[in-house]
Design a protein around this ligand. Structure first.
Ligand code: C2E
Ligand code: MG
Ligand code: MG
Length: 636
């Protein structure tokens, strides 16, 4: 398809041609009057006016961005006829005046024909379909005229005019090719030959206009190949390039002209329905099905340079609507859908919807507010007590809490991952460490010594180059570790993030151990549980994940999982903590399994430091608590 700009260029030529026809044409009518050929000249001029009116109508009829491809094609055909007619009219006047050599009108006729040819080759150079036939209809009659003069100079002039038209054709043809090449390169991706980002953005501009006019839906599909980088890195860029070419070919075949397909860069492709009423993409469901088809096609195996490759893709789908039509919002929204598809484990399709938009908006808001929340100390630390087998308090876990005026109570499960992604976890983690150490020092100074004091530490925080130094400095400031060798400061690290650079983790952990820190594997049993972690990492404790305790009552598997974890941990001489205990039955089971430490809402939620101190670190508090606990059925 020709580009909008191209049609706009041709549209401008209409006005120029009307001007170049009507003004000199009028002079020809005067010649006709002076030299006695008025009637044919007037008739000719009237036909010129009619042709110009048709041109004017075409000029007005054109609205680049609002026309569909089909409408543009029809318009272009009409324009072709207009150009043929308007240029042919100069051949008509040539034929009319060329015979009048008694008044030397034939000189004017000859010049007219030469002039019109130059105008045609200059103005219509962008389109071969226009300039080739028009140049021939202008120059061949001239050449014939010279030939039939039947003198030696007539033959020479006839040949000259043929040479002249050949030169014009040659020059126009070359310029045209250069133009086409430039057009092509500006619009296409070099590697795959698909449209490029620039063309896509221009196309979207025109689509936006059309969508404003009509209310038919259009869908956008953003496709990103999963783990493409791994193929590039492991098999080389040659294989990567060939794979991209093959994917492009498949996509092109699949969409089969119904969609505009472009490569945005890297391994990212985009599709948008071309004809707004394409049946396949009318509803969210059909758009989803269409995208699933794309995904299946991408998934089928590739053989490239003897490598059998299997890849998948993540696809975001978004229905274009009036709100997403401003600027480049549509990209933002389909990108959100793609991001969600990636977040949900890749190899899938997500259609952008309101819920997703709200979630993302909340996510962004948290991201924006988090920085200030840390600086303005709006994030607090609460303490959830932990109990030993005799239900005596032995420790606590520090848990972050954030209450925001607009967002309400935010769970750390929500804002900690965001802070990890944005890097704010470094500041947040430091702040929490400082707060908790200060509280610990305060409690210790009052003589209420907890045996263990657990703090959650993110992997990103742990591997930060300054972490060891910061922990050391803070410990010094707050006089930790204490003289009491029994007290342990435990850093809890979530199991599922160990995956990456385990040796670096071990080095860091050992350095912190040297400072007096102990380690616990949090949420044990949920990640890529590997027994080798227990051997390789210098840990002291495992925390059985809450999900096993939660399903303990209904699931036999959870029970055997728990007893297996406890047996294994004991074999490694590790303390076992169970978290998320909510019922006496759960507690009963864990006690029987010889679990060392218990934590959960059955005992207590996380408390503000003052409430914690009041309830667990004063004589009166402890006494009243034991009165309360006595009522659980196990003791009955
Ligand atoms: P976690 O470390 O596994 O913490 C235990 C979570 O279980 C806490 O949720 C706690 O309130 C909750 N919980 C405890 N007992 C029960 C119970 O009986 N029933 C139920 N349903 N839940 C119980 P919370 O405070 O929302 O924390 C969620 C996660 O956020 C934590 O999981 C931890 O991974 C992370 N987190 C919390 N504070 C921090 C922090 O200061 N730094 C870092 N890096 N992560 C933190
Ligand atoms: Mg924890
Ligand atoms: Mg946990």
């Amino acid at each position: 398809m020709k580009q909008q700009k191209y049609y706009t260029f041709l549209q401008k030529q209409i006005l120029l041609m009307i001007g170049l026809s009507l003004i000199p044409g009028f002079v020809y009518v005067i010649f006709g009057w002076v030299f006695d050929v008025l009637l044919p000249a007037v008739l000719w001029y009237i036909s010129l006016i009619l042709a110009s009116l048709y041109g004017w109508y075409l000029y007005k009829d054109f609205a680049a961005h609002k026309m569909t491809e089909e409408q543009l094609r029809r318009w272009y055909t009409k324009l072709t006829w207009f150009m043929y007619i308007i240029f042919s009219s100069w051949t008509v006047i040539f034929v009319l005046y060329i015979g009048h050599d008694e008044y030397n009108l034939h000189y004017i006729a000859i010049f007219t024909q030469l002039g019109a040819s130059v105008v045609a080759s200059a103005l219509l150079v962008s389109d071969k379909k226009l300039f080739v036939p028009i140049l021939l209809t202008l120059m061949l009659p001239l050449s014939l005229y010279f030939f039939f003069i039947d003198t030696w100079y007539g033959y020479v002039l006839s040949i000259f005019s043929l040479v002249f038209v050949s030169v014009l054709l040659y020059a126009s043809y070359n310029t045209n090719r250069l133009l086409q090449d430039n057009y092509y390169q500006a619009q296409h991706d070099v590697l795959t030959g698909l449209y490029n980002r620039r063309y896509f953005m221009e196309y979207m501009e025109s689509l936006q206009e059309r969508l404003h006019e009509r209310s038919e839906p259009a869908y956008l599909f953003l496709i990103d190949l999963d783990h493409f980088k791994t193929i590039n890195d492991s098999l080389g860029h040659d294989v990567g390039d060939k794979l991209l070419i093959e994917v492009s070919r498949r996509l092109d075949r699949y969409v089969n002209q119904t969609h505009m397909l472009a490569r945005l860069g890297g391994d990212e492709f985009i599709l948008v329905s071309k004809d707004l009423h394409t049946a396949k993409t009318l509803t969210d469901q059909s758009a989803y099905d269409f995208a699933t088809g794309v995904l299946e096609m991408i998934r089928s195996p590739y053989i490239i340079d003897k490598h059998h490759l299997y890849i998948s893709a993540s696809i975001g789908v978004h229905q274009l609507n009036t709100s997403s039509l401003y600027g480049t919002n549509f990209i933002k929204e389909v990108d959100i859908a793609l991001y969600e598809a990636k977040a949900q484990g890749r190899d899938g399709v997500i259609v952008f919807n309101k819920d997703l938009a709200e979630r993302v908006e909340r996510h962004l808001l948290i991201e924006q507010k988090l920085y200030h929340a840390i600086n303005e100390k709006k994030i607090e630390v609460y303490y959830q007590p932990q109990f030993d087998k005799n239900e005596q308090i032995i420790g606590c876990e520090a848990l972050a809490r954030w209450k925001d005026n607009d967002l309400g109570n935010l769970s750390p499960a929500e804002f900690i991952p965001i802070s990890e992604n944005t890097g704010l976890i470094i500041e947040l983690g430091y702040y929490i460490l400082k707060e908790t150490f200060e509280v610990l020092q305060g409690w210790n100074e009052k003589g209420r010594i907890l045996q263990s004091f657990s703090i959650n530490v993110s992997m990103r925080q742990l591997l930060n180059e300054k972490f060891i130094e910061n922990v050391g400095a803070l410990m010094k400031i707050y006089g930790l570790p204490l003289k009491n060798p029994e007290q342990k400061i435990i850093f809890e690290i979530t199991e599922h993030v160990f995956a990456e650079d385990i040796s670096k983790v071990v080095v860091t952990m050992n350095a912190l151990k040297a400072l007096g820190i102990s380690f616990s594997i949090d949420d044990f049993g949920t990640g890529y549980s590997s027994l080798s972690y227990l051997r390789e990492l210098p840990i002291d404790e495992v925390k059985i994940d809450r999900s096993f305790i939660l399903h303990l009552d209904e699931s036999k598997k959870s029970k055997s999982m728990i007893s297996t974890i406890i047996t294994v941990a004991k074999n490694f001489n590790l303390t076992v903590v169970a978290e998320g205990i909510e019922t006496p039955e759960q507690l009963d089971f864990l006690m029987k399994q010889n679990c060392d430490v218990c934590q959960g809402f059955y005992f207590e939620e996380a408390l503000h430091q003052d409430a914690f101190k009041e309830k667990y670190l004063t004589e009166t508090g402890l006494q009243s608590r034991f009165m309360g606990l006595k009522s659980h059925p196990q003791d009955a």
